[in-house]
Write a protein that binds this ligand. Structure first.
Ligand SMILES: [Mg+2]
Length: 173
């Protein structure tokens, strides 16, 4: 299977305080979500970043300012990421997990292909799989290879399992 997002390139290991820009695309390469982050840590596999509420985000549906402070966990070897969202001044969090191709950091740019499926995890332990309909439609629209479909479905199960077992970075009440 070939896809530009899967091509393994030399990756940057970020340093704390570094500013990076996430550029998530859809499978055809069209920009989908562009969000600025500040790096907290990076061990070469797990990249942890912060986003401050109200900082402009560019989305394919226009500019968006999230009301949530976000701590975001990106693993270079996983097909999902985890956004820990909390309102400023409020510790209660909601976790929003995106199924994507494994992210790559080159210079100040983090990139991946968004694969539609999302998993929302609430502090009470409620876990919900979202956007299955969109995933179905996009399988046909973009012609996702079978391997991508399988990896994406597996990733949604894995992150739901991780949340259910309260594994890092989840901390359910
Ligand atoms: Mg989605």
């Amino acid at each position: 299977m070939y896809h530009p997002a899967m091509e393994v390139k030399e990756q940057t290991v970020a340093t704390p305080g570094m500013r990076i820009l996430l550029r998530a695309t859809k499978f055809d390469g069209a920009a989908h979500w562009v969000q600025p982050f500040r790096v907290l840590s990076d061990d070469g596999t797990l990249l942890v970043t912060d986003y401050r509420a109200r900082t402009p985000i560019y989305t394919s549906r226009g500019e968006f300012r999230s009301p949530y402070n976000s701590r975001v966990y990106f693993w270079r070897d996983r097909w999902y990421n985890v956004f820990r969202l909390s309102r400023p001044g409020c510790s209660l969090a909601l976790w929003y997990c995106n199924v994507t191709t494994p992210p790559q950091l080159q210079g100040g740019h983090l990139s991946y292909v968004d694969l539609d499926l999302d998993v929302a995890v609430r502090p009470n332990g409620c876990i919900e799989l979202l956007d299955e309909d969109e995933f179905e439609v996009h399988q046909r629209k973009y012609g996702y290879p079978g391997e991508v479909i399988a990896q994406a479905e597996e990733a949604a199960l894995q992150v739901a399992d991780l949340a259910r077992s309260n594994g890092f970075p989840f901390a359910l009440g």
